[in-house]
Design a protein around this ligand. Structure first.
Ligand code: 13P
Length: 280
C-alpha cells in the first residue's frame, strides 16, 4: 500500500524514532530496499531524485515499477514514494500526477518569500490529492545529482515563517548536514534543531545522512528528527561489492549476476540504518 508521509512521520515523531528515506536508482535497488524493510517490518520512504527519475524513464515508469513490485513481492509495510528535491512546481506536479504519494519542493536557493510562494503552490496542488509535501529552509550543502551548493544554516524564525506561510507536512531545516561525503567531521547544530522541533508540530527531516556518526544520528533523533535520508552510503555499499565481484569473476557477463552481486551488501546497510534509526 502506498502511503503519504503524514502518519508514518507523525508516528515517528511521537515514538522518537526516524523513518528511513532510501534513494532508489533502478529496479534492483527498489526490490532490495522493499524486501529488507518488509523483513524488518518497518515503514520506508523511497526517495527519487529528479535525475534518478529521468534515468529510470520518468515518473510514470517509477510509480508503475514500485506499485508492481509491491504487488508481486507481497509488500504489506507502509511504503511512501517521494520525489526528492523537486526543483519546480511543474516537476512536483508531474510526480504527483504519476502517482507519487509525497514530494519535496526544494526552493531553498530562492529568497525566503519566493521559497514560500513556490512551496505554497505545490502544497495547494498536492493536498488536493492527499499527497504530502516536504520543504527546505536554509541550504543543505554538498552534491547530489544536480543539486549542489554551499551550506547555509536555517533559523527558527525562517522555519516558522515558511511553515506558517505554506502548510507543509514536514520540514528539512539545513543545520550543518551535507549531501555526499563529509570533509572532516559533520558539525550539526543540535541546539537549533531541538528549538525548531519544540516550536513546530510537523516532523523534521535530516538530509545528508551518509557519514554522520551513529552517536550524532541518535542525538539528532533525540532532538526531534523523524526522517533521515540516505543515498550515498547505499551507493558505496552496492558498488564496493560489485567491484570485488567483477574483479574476482572477470568471465561473468550476465547482468543479473553482476548487478545482483551488490544485493547482500545493500541489504545489510539497509538493516544497519533501520536498526539505528529505531534506537537499537
Ligand atoms: P546522502 O547522499 O548524503 O546520504 O544524502 C541523501 C539525501 O539527503 C537525499 O536527499
Amino acid at each position: 500500500m502506498l502511503v503519504n508521509g503524514r502518519k508514518i512521520l507523525q508516528d515517528a515523531k511521537e515514538g522518537k524514532y526516524a523513518v528511513p528515506q532510501f534513494n532508489i536508482n533502478n529496479l534492483e535497488w527498489t526490490k532490495n530496499i522493499l524486501e529488507e524493510c518488509q523483513e524488518l517490518n518497518v515503514a520506508v520512504i523511497l526517495g527519487v531524485s529528479e535525475g534518478a527519475a529521468k534515468y529510470m524513464g520518468g515518473y510514470k515508469a517509477v510509480s508503475g515499477m514500485v506499485k508492481g513490485l509491491m504487488e508481486d513481492l507481497n509488500i504489506t509495510i507502509p511504503v511512501c514514494l517521494h520525489l526528492d528535491h523537486g526543483s519546480s512546481f511543474e516537476n512536483c506536479k508531474k510526480a504527483i500526477d504519476a502517482g507519487f504519494s509525497s514530494v519535496m519542493i526544494d526552493a531553498s536557493k530562492h529568497p525566503l518569500d519566493e521559497n514560500i510562494r513556490i512551496t505554497k503552490e505545490v502544497v495547494d496542488y498536492a493536498h488536493q490529492f492527499d499527497v504530502t509535501v516536504e520543504a527546505e529552509v536554509g541550504h543543505i550543502g554538498g552534491q547530489e545529482d544536480n543539486v549542489s551548493g554551499t551550506s547555509l544554516n536555517a533559523t527558527l524564525e525562517d522555519c516558522l515563517t515558511l511553515v506558517n506561510g505554506t502548510g507543509i507536512d514536514s520540514l528539512a531545516p539545513a543545520l550543518g548536514s551535507v549531501h555526499g561525503l563529509y570533509k572532516g567531521e559533520p558539525n550539526l547544530d543540535f541546539e537549533t534543531m531541538a528549538t525548531i522541533n519544540q516550536n513546530l508540530t510537523i516532523p523534521l527531516v535530516l538530509h545528508g545522512g551518509t557519514g554522520i556518526p551513529d552517536y550524532d544520528i541518535k542525538k539528532a533523533i533525540s532532538c526531534g528528527i523523524s526522517k533521515i535520508n540516505i543515498n550515498t552510503e547505499l551507493q558505496i555499499a552496492w558498488s564496493d561489492a560489485v567491484k570485488v565481484f567483477v574483479k574476482e569473476n572477470p568471465d561473468v557477463y550476465d547482468p543479473r549476476k553482476v548487478i545482483g552481486s551488490g544485493t547482500s551488501s545493500m541489504k545489510d546497510k539497509v538493516r544497519e540504518k533501520v536498526e539505528m534509526f529505531n534506537n537499537k
